[in-house]
Design a protein. Sequence first.
Lengths: 299, 337, 234
Amino acid sequence: MFSWSYFLQQSMNGVILGCIYALLALGMTVVYGILRLINFAHGALITIGAFFVYFIFFRAGINLAASLFLVLGFGGLMGLLLDAVAYRKLRGGPEVALLITSLGFYTFVENFMKMVVSPQPYAFKTPASLAVMYRTPLLTFRSIDIFIIVSSLLIMLAFNLFVKRTRMGIAMRATAENLEVARFMGIEVNRVISLAFVLGSAIAAFTGFLWGAKYGQISYDMGFLTGVKAFVAVVVGGVGSIPGAMVGGFVLGLAEILSTAFLPTRFAEYRDGIVFGILILVLLLRPAGLMGVKEEVRV
Amino acid sequence: MRKRIPTEWYFLLWGVLLFLGVFLANQFLNRYLLYILVLMGIYSIATVSLNLTNGYAGLFSLGHAAFMAIGAYTSTLLTFPLSLREAYELPMLPTFLGGPDAVWPFFPALCMGGLLASLAALLIGAPVLRLRGHYLSVASLGFVVIITTFAKTMKSITRGPMGISAIPSYTNIYWTYLWLFITVYVVWRLVNSRFGRAIMALREDETAAQVLGIYPMKYKLFSFVVGAFFAGVAGGLYAHFTKAIRPFEFSFFLTFQIVVMLILGGMGTIGGPIVGAVSLLALRYALKPLEEHFKIYGLIEIIYAVLLIVVMLFKPEGLVGRRKDTRRVLLGGKSHG
Amino acid sequence: MLNIEHLTVKYGVIPAVMDVSLRVEKGQIVTILGANGAGKTTTLKAIMGVLRPAGGRIYYQGMEVTAVSPVQRVRQGIALVPEGRGIFNRLTVEENLLLGAYCRPKNDAVKKDLEEVYTLFPRLAERKKQVAGTLSGGEQQMLALGRGLMSKPKLLLLDEPSLGLAPLIVRELYALITKIREQGVTILLVEQSAAVALGVADYAYVLESGNLKLSGKPEELKSLEDVKRIYLGG
């Protein structure tokens, strides 16, 4: 029952999901690199971003471009707050403590959204300019799909230029690799960390918009699984590697979509299970991931 | 800190007092309060068993909900009344479990639930427990997702997302506190034995422990499996108490609640988890009317999350925990690996 | 140039350095010797400002810097080449070097200094774009040294530069260290291997278990039985 057009269609969906995972993974891997923190609260920013855009775009009527810029800023601000309020105090502590606290933060935000905004999902209408449908013999897609791919690539490009060409960016990579030596160089590590949070969170919040616009629905719990899957992408691509995070995101997105598309329909619901199955397999068989530097995954 | 070493008699005394307390409660308290007490008991079992793995053995597992799910579904399928099986499209029991006419009594069903959970723990533990610190946590989280996915998809056995209802209501306060007593006793015995000392030595410094001839996997796996057993039992008790179970109830959030109870109460002591479970449930039911009156759903979870953050930031050893035992896992004494 | 008085540094409650005083005059090469765990690296970290002393004071160029942040100390001309090289393995040679100049004001003559470092270490010039982790041990040490120079230091702290290197490379390295001193940089050198360090130093201090045991000119120390004892023949 294989048809090329089905394959292409699903591949495209996989690439789009992959873009979202790649963006999220970028933010997570930098923070992880520096702090050894698996930041579950990252997922919360997806939710925050989605609802933020919902309110300022659909309810307050601010135009799309401005909304997008604002959500970047808002996300960055939230990330900064998160770092300042909690993570800073736990720096240098064992990884488990950081992870648990980040889970606490995630839960806080998720339930805050549930309580203050709505326990029911909201419909997120794809903005008119992005809902244009294109039909080709092989593929059907909308302009939102193009938008996601293009904006993701732009962000990834910008991010890479930042970490490779700017002084601050190189300092960030250095700090992620060896925090103590970075300090010896006179790098203000706290500032680097804050910047990492700001960038990652801004991107995550933007992703919330992408998600809502593509999948049409936002809810208070939309961030959890996606956030954890982003970490799976980081692991798959190789912990500590920025290009790895992006590759991991695409691989995971494609794997998730294509596996459910091509397995018999009853397996479609195994989607999430498959993703975590991949995680466990990677951790056990190839902990360094696809492009990662060897990190001590096992005791 | 003075280490209290209760003797067997002391334990027996506690048991008698507990029985008396439960008896009196059953006589005089109204149904609602009894309901809460039972839940406190069930969550205490879950938290005490989590303490074995996370607190004493230092393996920060986030997979407890998965074991509770396994225990819940297993015991339910075993005790499900024959007359309703067809209506609910649940399978008859295979011959080796008693055959199509079989319905299991409560106690063995719970044990079986625990046993199956242990088996799952053994299978998943062998590979996963080798991972360090937070990788173990994330992998165990993944395990919860995998189990709930199975629960949602294996419709012929679990009825999928709809879940199973009309579960016979066997759980009462006596069963619950009996099991709590058993759990606490087993954990206490383990911890105050050679095994316990080994496991704590491993927690503190794995390399040093290995030099002393303590093989990590054996001990880690054992505590993981025992913890899973009682989680399974707790799941079974829960199923036969709430009379209905659905996959999404055994999500990460359930583990989260138990983790908060554990950390709030204090890891590394026997009493800590119980204190944590009781306090958090008391808090929940005290606030429930507020939540319902003002329709602010999610308030309780927010408070749980805030409590967790506050405890982690300011008093990681919890209400009654000991700094010494929390140190390695949450505060990071020595680091290795 | 550097004056340390009664320095005490603790890790928690465990003292690593106790009541150590030493001075380094401008233009000197001074070495701190001692076995593993003697407190040498701890002392350097305290000088760098990364560790806060529990007691004592540190004076640099006449001013007290005990409470000054590492960033400021780098700006004032102190640089550290850490133990084990401490290069950033995933960054390229050039990126590592540029990081050395991180604290310098934007338009300073960084490019020019980069060229000078390449002249001093021709092998690094060949490997500009290479990922640092793929360099040999000796090359990595040179990279670390070059990176230290990029901050235009007046005082260069070296932590066990000879560690893990073949004798031939060590000789090359020390020739470079002497050259650096000739260019006007004061050097504080920590070594486990006494012979090599004493060969270039103007003055030496010996630490044992956190305490200052001996000090003196190299000729005086080379013959002392105590030195031999502390080193078990090192």
